[in-house]
Design a protein around this ligand. Structure first.
Ligand code: NBG
Length: 966
């Protein structure tokens, strides 16, 4: 007999982490006797292995394995104190381990029962492998004994996924209290089931009891709400298990601080930075990293774009109008955030200290959004803060009868989290924006520090347990805030605090040009956050002293590197602050990083070359293939012979093996056609334009910006139209028909970008109504481009355009999504395109335009630049009012007039047209095109955000995966 003993339920225990690293069950092998003994009682005891054949004592519960009792099965003899639900727990453990119970015998001995389970493995055999027996015993022990956190996990026999078995939460105490706890457990001793029947039942349950509609009368939206709640319930279970597990194992955690997340329905961000944050959250969860996302729960997300008469109009996106079934409001997770006030000197042990006496208080309430990983039980959290009325009333005002004004003032402060700033570059000099930043930083850090203090009692451990990531400079007030907390509140010595702080921050910048970097006027900062301004000055003066020692009295360089910018508007340079305090400064592509080192942050690079890294962006294949292109997803799994690429995108290279297989190529084409059909229907619904599926679907979707050069695309379309008009009928039949699709939002105050949208509509109006042209050329503007629209457009594209002037796109992530979907790229050698070429080869995309190192010289030439005649002609057509609104487009044309063409449309136009011609040429050879398409997808694995996150985790954050066991 081999015995495992475990304490019974009257004590709370912390089991060592028994089940984290179970490999799949190995095949039965030699069985040698071993027993594991858990002494009764103490907390935090360690698991001891011994060879004792212990006799069960009357006070402990035991699990004994007996392989001699039956020829065909293994007997597990469990002696335990009887309690409601325990037998169910035990049988469930066997079940999830893939074992069958042939028969069971039960005897009672006072409060205890002794149950003998005769068990076989999934092949109906006796279990003899020592390791397997050990695992089963431990799983049973943990299920019956447990560690007081209310859950226990069991590895299922073969697969990577499994079911978690719950056991009673071990509430300390006796008698009635304990009986209550056990009663509660028995009322809910298992997890929600995931079979179709249980799900259907749950959905109806939510229709009736959450949405409060009758099961015989509810609409689609209510069905969606009920469905979301049913899924959310399951996510909550996983979320609890994950966080309980993190709490128990205390890994180093990453806190990803970002003012923007573009998850999808919730448009809480502008463009690339925000969508990239969302992809990163998906990868963090999938790769089991112990991470938290922190953001703001804007009530108005990014504006909705509507088009009236070809002009962009902005409408508020009150996305919470119908509630958000996915989030969990945590009314009890609330922090006070303070603003304004003064700094006063206080005496602390004979020393003078500065202390902030704030003047205004707002409350931050947490809203949690579970982020499930794929193929893992881990479910992490995106915690978004909303501003709420504070309980701190202005008593004075109330007492003096100024009741109404007092309430109005409160409402003003509550509006902090109302609206997302709709610029995708810098936001300067806006008090509300600064308030948002500090509100976010203060609430997040209070939450992080609270969690840290719950488990640790020494701030020296902070760098081993906490990584704070600054997603761009928007959250960089965190640096001043954490210094304030450590020095003013926790009373750490300044230098000690600074040393700690410099080890916890990392920083990624998503901007290229210095002018795009955030600056905050000191007047504004000093009035809103007087103590923080002092702290920033002190950080800066220490840094300047240090720097003088390193570089001497080079005042120009000192002033460039200073956190404080002197001048007409004295300001704090948030990027300099972030670089000085972060251990790592990340670029988002190789090219971007080179630009940072050689230009934007050259002075800093020369000082600290080791801080500068790059981690090329990525996107999640789970959303951009699995969710948005189910047909391609099925095709990939079929031909790769596995679904493993969903967690390991490198496997997509396996497509190269099939590129010459005509059957595969045929299926590939069918998938594309299906997606084009879906997109064509959408286009017809949105714009009334009917498009031909035989045409090349040529797409440019992204924020509208001069550097992204949508204007170059429109000029190319005008040129194509002009050529078609001048062709004879016979020649026209040789032209590749195109459906040109443009979509994107312009920042509301960005006049030129808005004119580009109007021009696009004006040109479309002309072309689409020209009977001469018919299906040969169509131009459609897709309004309100967002994540959901992208999911429709990207899979349906044949060609996608990424036209930024070289050196202006930090990385670009849209191109990666198109690449994964087998869409060919027409692009400049900018941002991550350079790395895409390394993966797929320059033969499989259409490259054009000036290289990054040529741009400066071209700009210098100015008026002497040569532009092709075609460019001049197209420009003339617009100037002369060929598309109407001559006066309105004048200023737009001026931006690209020779001598004033900062983004080099004129000088790149020739090579752009050549690249377009090459695309046409390839398209008329469907087999060649399809091969290029397959090879594009095959080379997209490197651009999975899983790779990005792994690199960040290993090199920057130094965190390890922490997989919630099951
Ligand atoms: C964008 C860059 C893109 C880059 C994404 C993600 C902002 C402010 N920047 O090139 O323009 O791919 O960030 O890093 O959204």
């Amino acid at each position: 007999m081999h015995t495992i003993s475990f304490p019974h339920l009257t004590n709370a225990h912390t089991f060592p982490n028994l089940l984290t690293s179970f490999p799949p069950f190995s095949s039965p092998a030699h069985f040698s006797p071993i027993s594991v003994h858990f002494p009764t009682a103490p907390r935090n005891y360690r698991l001891r292995a011994s060879t004792n054949e212990s006799t069960p004592s009357t006070s402990t519960s035991t699990i004994t394995v007996d392989n001699s009792d039956s020829a065909n099965s293994t007997a597990f003899v469990i002696r335990a104190r009887n309690r409601i639900g325990l037998l169910q727990v035990i049988t469930r453990v066997f079940k999830v381990l893939g074992l069958s119970i042939d028969r069971a015998i039960v005897e009672f001995e006072g409060d205890f029962f002794i149950k003998r389970f005769f068990v076989t493995d999934s092949h109906g055999n006796k279990i003899e492998d020592l390791e397997n027996l050990e695992r089963i015993k431990r799983a049973l022990a943990e299920a019956i004994g447990g560690d007081g956190d209310g859950t226990v996990s069991v590895v299922k026999s073969t697969a990577n996924r499994g079911i978690v078995v719950r056991r009673a939460g071990l509430v300390e105490g006796f008698g009635e209290r304990k009986a209550k706890a056990e009663r509660m457990f028995s009322l809910m001793d298992g997890f929600l089931k995931n079979d179709p029947f249980s799900l259907q039942k749950d959905i109806l349950h939510h229709v009736e009891y959450t949405v409060a509609r009758s099961r015989f009368n509810f609409d689609d939206y209510e069905a969606y709400q009920a469905l979301s709640h049913s899924v959310r319930d399951r996510l909550i279970e996983r979320w609890h298990d994950t966080h309980t597990y993190f709490k128990r194992t205390k890994p180093k955690r990453l806190y990803f601080l970002s003012l923007e997340f573009l998850m999808g329905d919730a448009a809480l961000g502008n463009g690339g930075l925000a969508r990239f944050s969302a992809c990163q959250m998906d990868s963090l969860a999938t790769l089991d990293y112990p991470a938290w996302g922190y953001g703001l729960r804007y009530e108005y997300g990014l504006f909705r774009q509507i088009i009236v008469d070809g002009f962009q109009h902005e409408q508020p996106d009150y996305w919470l109008n119908f509630g958000n079934p996915w989030e969990i409001e945590r009314i009890h997770v609330t922090y006070e955030v303070k603003f304004y006030g003064t700094v006063e000197d206080v005496d602390r042990n004979g020393e003078k200290h500065e202390v902030w006496i704030p003047g205004e208080t707002v409350e931050a309430v947490a809203y949690d959004n579970p982020i499930p990983g794929y193929g893992t039980r881990n479910t992490i959290n995106l915690r978004l803060w909303a501003a709420k009325p504070s309980n701190h009333f202005d008593l004075e005002a109330y007492n003096t009868g100024d009741y109404i004004n007092s309430i109005v003032n409160r409402q003003r402060t509550e509006s902090i989290s109302n609206v997302l700033y709709p610029d995708d570059r810098s936001h300067q000099g806006k008090e509300m924006r600064l308030k948002q930043q500090y509100f976010f930083v203060s609430a997040s850090l209070q939450d992080i520090i609270r969690r840290f203090k719950e488990a640790h009692n020494n701030f020296d451990e902070l760098p081993e347990k906490v990584a704070l990531h600054l997603n761009d400079t928007h959250p960089s007030l965190s640096i001043a805030e954490i210094m304030r907390i450590l020095v003013d509140e926790e009373q750490l010595d300044w230098n000690k605090a600074w040393n700690i702080v410099c080890k916890i921050f990392s920083f990624t910048t998503h901007t290229v040009v210095a002018e795009g970097l955030e600056k905050i006027p000191t007047d504004l900062l000093g009035s809103l956050l007087p103590r923080h301004l002092q702290i920033l000055y002190k950080i800066n003066s220490n840094f300047m002293e240090e720097l003088k020692k390193r570089i001497g009295l080079d005042y120009n360089r000192l002033s460039r590197m200073s956190i404080v910018e002197e001048g007409a508007v004295k300001s704090i340079r948030m990027a300099n602050l972030s670089i000085i305090c972060s251990h790592t400064v990340n670029g988002v592509s190789k090219l971007h990083s080179d630009t940072l080192k050689m230009r934007t942050f050259k002075d800093f690079y020369e000082l600290w070359p080791e801080k500068f890294q790059y981690t090329t962006n990525g996107v999640t294949q789970r959303r951009w293939i699995v969710v948005s292109n189910p047909s391609l997803c099925a095709l990939l799994s079929k031909w790769l012979g596995t679904e493993a690429w969903i967690r390991n995108a490198d496997l997509l290279t396996g497509l190269r093996d099939h590129v010459d297989n005509t059957g595969f190529r045929h299926e590939w084409k069918m998938v594309k056609r299906l997606n084009k059909m879906r997109l064509a229907e959408y286009i017809e619904t949105m714009s009334g334009v009917k498009v031909s599926l035989d045409a090349m679907f040529d797409v440019q979707v992204k924020r509208i910006h001069e550097y992204k050069r949508q204007l170059l695309n429109i000029f190319g379309i005008i040129h194509r139209y002009d050529c078609l008009k001048n062709m004879d009928k016979n020649d026209r039949t040789k032209v590749v028909p195109r459906v040109c699709i443009i979509g994107g939002k312009a920042a509301p105050g960005y006049e030129i970008a808005k004119k580009i949208i109007k021009l696009c509509h004006a040109v479309a109006e002309k072309i689409n109504n020209d009977a001469d042209i018919g299906d040969l050329l169509k131009l459609v503007f897709i309004p309100d481009y967002n994540v959901s629209v992208a999911e429709m457009v990207i899979p349906g594209a044949d060609l996608s355009q990424h036209l930024s002037t070289a050196g202006h796109e930090a990385s670009g992530t849209g191109s990666m999504k198109f690449l994964m979907n087998g869409c060919l790229l027409l692009a400049t050698a900018d941002g991550s395109t350079v790395e895409i070429i390394e993966e797929i080869g320059s033969d499989n995309l259409f490259l054009f335009g000036a290289k990054v190192q040529e741009v400066a010289e071209l700009r210098e030439k100015g008026g002497a630049l040569k532009v092709p005649l075609q460019f001049a002609r197209v420009l003339r057509m617009v100037r002369d009012g060929y598309f109407g609104d001559k006066d309105y487009f004048k200023s737009l044309c001026d931006t690209v007039e020779v001598g004033n063409d900062f983004y080099l449309l004129g000088s790149d136009f020739g090579s752009y047209l050549e690249a377009q011609a090459a695309a046409d040429k390839a398209f008329v050879e469907p087999e060649k095109w399809t091969k290029m398409s397959i090879l594009s997808a095959a080379g997209s694995g490197r651009f999975s955000s899983d790779r990005t996150i792994r690199e960040y985790a290993e090199r920057t954050w130094k965190i390890d995966p922490c997989q919630c066991p099951f």
